[in-house]
Every structure is written in C-alpha cells, then in structure tokens.
Design a protein around this ligand. Structure first.
Ligand code: SME
Length: 153
C-alpha cells in the first residue's frame, strides 16, 4: 500500500500543479483515488459555508447522493466540520450520528482540508468493506489534503 500511496501522491501533485481549473483538478483526484485504491468506493469533497454552517458537495466519484448539503454537526461530515479532526469509522452501522448515502457503505473516513489553519472542507471516502481504513489511509489522505490546500492559496 505504501508504494501505491506514494505513487498516487506524486500523481496528485502533478494534477494540482497543472493547468486545469480547480474543479477539474478535484474531479481528477477523486477519479484517481476511486480507480486506483480497491477499497475506495466513493470519493468526494465537501466545502464549508461557515456563515450558514453548511457543507456543500463538490466534485465526487461514485454513486449519486441526495446529501449534497449537510449541516455542521450532522453525520460524520458535519462532525468533522466542527471537530477539525479526521474521523475514521470502522463500522458505519455502529455510529449514532451518521448519514447513510447507500446501504452498501460499510466504513468511511473523513479528513478535514485546512488552508492556512482554517478548516474549509473535507475529503470523504466510503468503502463497501467493513473496517477498510487504517492509519496508513489517514496519513495518506492528510498529506494529500495538504497538497489540495495549495489550490486555495
Ligand atoms: N456518510 C456521510 C454523508 C455523506 S455520504 O457518505 C456521501 C456522513 O455521515 O456525513
């Protein structure tokens, strides 16, 4: 996995440094991760509208979701908007405050996106496998988001 994640980070860095629009770059990153990591089944970015305490869905890859707007505090995503901390969920069925997008989702990881110390959004990844995510995923995605943040400087 280590080698795969190093390769994906390099590919993402190239995409981020490229000429495409921010939206196109985020979409390309979602596609890359969903295509290359077997246990990533849905990959998307949410962005905060702090004045209204809402998250809005941005580019994503995977099944369409009804949850395009999520209030701060609601679900795993909404909790990360408030906690500013990565939330790794081994088993979504064991979570009281969880928004189900699809019955096929078994585990999830949400990693905040910081720009100059401010939590502006997050990357959200769902897996159809129970307990799919490890510390390695967390480290990878936190490093990835440090690169994604460069798009907003
Ligand atoms: N499960 C998330 C909602 C977003 S979907 O996974 C795309 C949550 O509980 O916040």
């Amino acid at each position: 996995m280590q080698t795969l994640y190093s390769t994906l980070l390099e590919e993402a860095k190239h995409m981020i440094a490229g000429q495409a629009s921010v939206t196109e770059k985020l979409q390309a990153i979602c596609n890359l991760l969903e295509n290359k990591v077997p246990h990533y089944d849905w990959v998307g970015f949410y962005f905060a509208e702090p004045e209204k305490r809402l998250l809005h869905l941005g580019p994503y890859t995977g099944e369409a979701t009804d949850h395009t707007v999520i209030p701060f505090g609601k679900g795993i995503c909404g909790q990360v908007a408030e906690s500013n901390q990565t939330f790794l969920v081994e088993d979504v069925s064991a979570q009281g405050n969880y928004i189900a997008c699809s019955m096929t989702v078994k585990s999830e990881i949400v990693v905040p996106l910081f720009v100059e110390g401010k939590n502006i959004g997050q990357i959200d990844i769902d897996s159809h496998t129970l307990n799919a995510f490890t510390q390695e995923d967390q480290d990878f995605l936190e490093t990835l988001n440090e690169q994604v943040a460069l798009l907003y400087l």
